[in-house]
Write a protein that binds this ligand. Structure first.
Ligand code: EPU
Length: 424
């Protein structure tokens, strides 16, 4: 397995392009299943998870054409196998996003149950409950969710769906399914993440009737069919946030081209409170920082958008490890998302975890060591820690990083980091 070697201590300067968002791209690839006409997606990030989703679509009989950097064309006209097998689902939980579109377009789907996950138990009970309210019968057999329209139904029906908690991919599944359902669907307690709004914009470009996306109440009037469209994937706010934390920690001056400051309010507010200068500029975000040792540690609590994102918790914690003072971080979304803590301790960080609360006591220095990535955002946290640690840090198991960051080491290298990938 590949590893990253990082020699810490370099300040970062220059410009980094922010890629399309992983968590917008994945549902949008599934949304292409809703139409028999081709869909073109622009700004598709080069990620392992995107490759996995494309394999899944091809398995279903969907045509996929991709030039190296150009648009991705997806043609689900000849969709013949409405199935997501375990081999693909187990490597990427977002495969569950195929369930809603397949039910809506084909009236049947077989999608493997995802099973366990490193960051928490992550059940899909809400997905099942909501789609059942829309007229699906979903049974679990041999590890697969076998979904069909209930007896006598020819298509899904509109429903009033109020989930027990806010779920991002749940909201996306319902939104996609509802576009082709009979009548009106109202989603209460809907997720408000920018990726939901971006998916809704794509669906509207396909002819869907949607109102209220970006708020907690979304209304969808079902239509008979959706047509093809061309859509540009929104910039990745988590990739941008990760680079903001990296530059804040190392010190320097970097422009994140295409970054959306308006999607990162909670993170930017904390970075400013810490002492970094973060500004929205034309088509990007500029960050200037004297370096982590001159910043003040900041506590936060992860919550759903527009709150502080759980997907930024690990990266901000790396910054807190070398800032002045003590910070308390509370993770409220996933029950096991502190796996990076033990690895940070190997670098000399001082952190105590009690349940969902971590207390970080900033240290004047970290010292490089070999550490192991455990999930996507934990990997990014260890890269940031490596950029500021004295000496060499080796981050192992970076296949996790490749799932969700588009050429991270090349982008960091481009702004002055001493980082290289060593192939196994
Ligand atoms: N939940 C349930 N039942 C459900 C659905 C969710 O109990 O049926 C719980 C989860 O266990 C969790 C909470 O509800 O405690 C929120 O989970 P959510 O469904 O919102 O998470 P998700 O849709 O599976 C997406 C992102 C994650 C991100 C979370 C939270 C995608 C493909 N994934 O996951 O991204 O952390 O929302 O914002 O959009 C990442 O990119 O590193 C990543 C993990």
């Amino acid at each position: 397995m590949d590893r990253l070697l990082i020699r810490g201590g370099r300040r970062l300067h220059g410009e980094v392009p922010v890629s399309g968002a992983k968590n917008a791209a994945l549902p949008q690839l599934c949304a292409a299943l809703l139409s028999a006409e081709p869909v073109t997606l622009l700004n598709m990030p080069r990620l392992q998870d995107v490759s996995t989703m494309l394999r899944l679509l091809r398995h279903m009989g969907v045509g996929v054409e991709r030039s190296d950097d150009g648009p991705l064309r997806i043609d689900a006209g000849a969709l013949h196998t409405p199935e997501a097998p375990y081999e693909l689902v187990k490597t990427m939980r977002a495969s569950v996003l195929a369930l809603g579109p397949l039910l809506a377009r084909r009236g049947a789907a077989k999608v493997s149950l995802p099973g366990g996950c490193a960051i928490g138990s992550r059940p899909v009970d809400q997905h099942i409950k909501g789609l059942t309210a829309m007229g699906a019968d979903i049974a679990v057999e041999h590890g697969d969710m076998i979904a069909r329209l209930s007896a006598g139904r020819r298509r899904l029906k509109g429903a009033h769906i109020a989930t027990d908690m806010i779920t991002v991919t749940g909201t996306e599944n319902f939104l996609m399914a509802a576009t082709l359902a009979e009548g009106e669907t109202v989603l209460e307690n809907a997720a408000q993440e920018p990726e939901i709004a971006d998916l809704a914009e794509m669906l509207i470009a396909m002819g869907a009737q949607i109102e209220g996306h970006g708020s907690s109440r979304i209304r969808i009037q079902g239509v008979d069919r959706l047509h093809g469209c061309s859509h540009r994937v929104v910039a990745d706010r988590i990739e941008a946030g990760t680079f903001l934390c990296a530059v804040a920690a190392t010190g320097g001056d970097v422009l994140l081209r295409h970054g959306r400051a308006d999607h990162l309010d909670a993170v930017i507010e904390k970075l400013r409170a810490a002492g970094a200068d973060v500004q929205a500029v034309a088509d990007g975000i500029r960050v200037q920082s004297p370096g982590g040792a001159k910043l003040k540690a900041q506590g936060f609590r992860t919550t759903e958008y527009p709150g502080f994102p759980t997907d930024m918790q690990a990266q901000f914690m790396a910054l807190d490890c070398i800032a002045q003072g003590t910070a308390t971080v509370t993770e409220t979304i996933f029950e096991n998302r502190f796996m990076h803590v033990d690895e940070l301790l190997r670098l000399g960080a001082r952190i105590q975890v009690d349940g969902k609360v971590a207390v970080i006591e900033g240290q004047p220095r970290l010292s490089g060591a070999t550490v192991m990535a455990t999930d996507l955002r934990a990997s990014a946290c260890l890269v940031i820690a490596g950029l500021v640690a004295e000496g060499q840090t080796a981050v192992e198991r970076i296949h996790h990083l490749d799932r969700g960051y588009d050429c991270m080491e090349a982008k960091l290298h481009g702004i002055g980091a001493d980082i290289e990938r060593v192939q196994a």
